[in-house]
Design a protein. Structure first.
Length: 91
């Protein structure tokens, strides 16, 4: 997702979960995506990189302020950084 995103777009994104059925993680143990160390984070991120709904997943996690686990190929810290950079870019 690029460019301007309206409030309505964000609300739609935050609610729509239909993309989850296409996620690569559907075939894998959920705990893989909630790792307890950096190695686990890298493993999960690698899987996400091959997932066809990765960008939607990332936007969903950011829109919903999900602060646990790897979503859309990004750790909690990376998602916070992305959200902060977007806020600063808007200011
Ligand atoms: S990007 Fe990662 S966490 Fe998101 S649906 Fe795909 S595999 Fe699952």
């Amino acid at each position: 997702m690029t460019g301007h995103v309206s409030l309505r777009d964000l609300e739609d994104l935050a609610m729509d979960t239909s993309w989850m059925a296409k996620g690569k993680c559907r075939e894998l143990p959920p705990e893989l995506f909630f790792p307890s160390d950096g190695v686990g984070v890298e493993v999960a991120k690698k899987i996400c990189m091959t997932c066809k709904v990765r960008s939607t997943c990332l936007e969903y996690a950011i829109a919903n302020h999900i602060d646990h686990g790897v979503w859309g190929g990004a750790s909690e810290r990376e998602r916070r950084r992305i959200a902060r950079a977007r806020r600063l870019a808007k200011a």
